[in-house]
Design a protein around this ligand. Structure first.
Ligand SMILES: [Zn+2]
Length: 277
C-alpha cells in the first residue's frame, strides 16, 4: 500500500487511477497548481477548485482511492497582484470543503517580489484557518535561494508550526536546511531529470527518513503516477527492507497528513466507475 501525497490527478486519465489502485495506492493528495496556461479570469479558479473538491474525489473513489486537495493560487500566476487578490478572496470558502487539507502548493517560481508578497498572504490564510501547508520550491531560478526565502517568510509569519509545513521538491542541496529547521521535506520523483528514484534513495541514505516523503507530482507534463511504488522497487534493489519502504511510501505521509482531521486513508470500497458519469 502507498500514498501519493502530491499528484495532479486532474491532468491524468481515469486509467491512471486504475493503474495506481492496482499498484496499491490507497490515498492521494492534490495541490492546486498551474494548468499549463494562465487562466483568463479569477472566476476560472472557481471551476478548478470545484474540480479538485467535487469531481476528483468521486473519480478516485471509483478505484477505492481517497482523494484530498490543497487550495491556493500557484506562484506562476501570482505576478499580477490585483488578479491574485481576487483569486485569494475565493479560497476561504473552499478551505471549508471536507476533503481539503490546507493551503498548497504555494511558494516561489522565479523568486520575484510579487510572488513573495502573495506567498506571505497565503501563509496568513493558513495561520488564520489553522491548516496544513504544502510549499513548492523553485525549479527554474536558484532553488537554494528560493528555499531560504521561503523558510525565512514562514519563520517571519510567526505562528505557523514547522511540523505542519511540508517543503516539497527538495534536492541534495536543500534537504538539510529544511529538516534542520523542523519542517517536513518532500522529494519529487521525476522520470529522468531532477530527483530520480536513485537520487532520492541516495538522499534517504545520507539524511535518514524522518520527516521525509516521496511523491510523483504527476501532472500534464512528462511524469509518472507510479513513481512512488517504483521508488519502493529501487529501494528494495538497493538492499532496503519492506519496513523502510513502508515508512517512506505510507507511514510518513500518513503521519504528516493526519495532522489534519480531514485526512483519511481508511479502506474505501470502490464505487462503480459508471456512477460518476
Ligand atoms: Zn505540483
Amino acid at each position: 500500500m502507498f500514498i501519493d501525497p502530491h499528484v495532479h490527478m486532474v491532468s491524468r486519465t481515469t486509467d491512471d487511477y486504475a493503474r495506481m489502485a492496482v499498484a496499491g495506492c490507497i490515498a492521494v493528495t492534490e495541490p492546486a497548481f498551474w494548468a499549463g496556461y494562465d487562466r483568463s479570469s479569477p472566476q476560472g479558479f472557481v471551476d478548478y477548485f470545484r474540480q479538485l473538491t467535487e469531481s476528483e474525489p468521486l473519480r478516485a473513489a471509483a478505484y477505492g482511492i481517497r482523494h484530498h486537495a490543497w487550495i491556493c493560487l500557484n506562484p506562476k500566476e501570482a505576478e499580477d497582484h490585483a488578479f491574485a487578490k481576487d483569486v485569494m478572496a475565493l479560497i476561504p470558502d473552499f478551505l471549508k470543503c471536507p476533503t481539503v487539507l490546507g493551503i498548497g502548493e504555494i511558494g516561489l517560481n522565479r523568486n520575484s517580489r510579487t510572488e513573495l508578497a502573495v506567498f506571505e498572504e497565503h501563509l496568513e490564510l493558513a495561520a488564520k484557518f489553522d491548516t496544513l501547508v504544502l510549499v513548492h520550491t523553485p525549479h527554474l531560478e536558484d532553488k537554494h535561494k528560493g528555499t531560504k526565502l521561503i523558510l525565512d517568510a514562514i519563520r517571519n509569519q510567526g505562528s505557523l508550526k514547522p511540523g505542519r509545513v511540508l517543503i516539497d521538491h527538495v534536492e541534495e542541496h536543500t534537504v538539510r536546511c529544511v529538516l534542520d529547521a523542523g519542517f517536513w521535506a518532500g522529494m519529487t520523483l521525476y522520470p529522468d531529470t531532477k530527483c530520480t528514484a536513485e537520487r532520492a534513495v541516495d538522499i534517504m541514505e545520507t539524511h535518514g527518513t524522518e520527516r521525509l516523503w516521496i511523491n510523483s507530482a504527476g501532472d500534464w507534463g512528462h511524469s509518472d503516477p507510479l513513481a512512488v511504488p517504483k521508488a519502493g522497487v529501487t529501494m528494495r534493489a538497493r538492499g532496503h527492507g519492506p519496513d523502510a519502504v513502508r515508512r517512506i511510501t505510507l507511514e510518513n505521509p500518513r503521519t504528516f497528513l493526519s495532522q489534519s482531521p480531514r485526512f483519511s486513508d481508511q479502506p474505501l470500497r470502490p464505487t462503480a466507475p459508471d456512477a460518476i458519469r
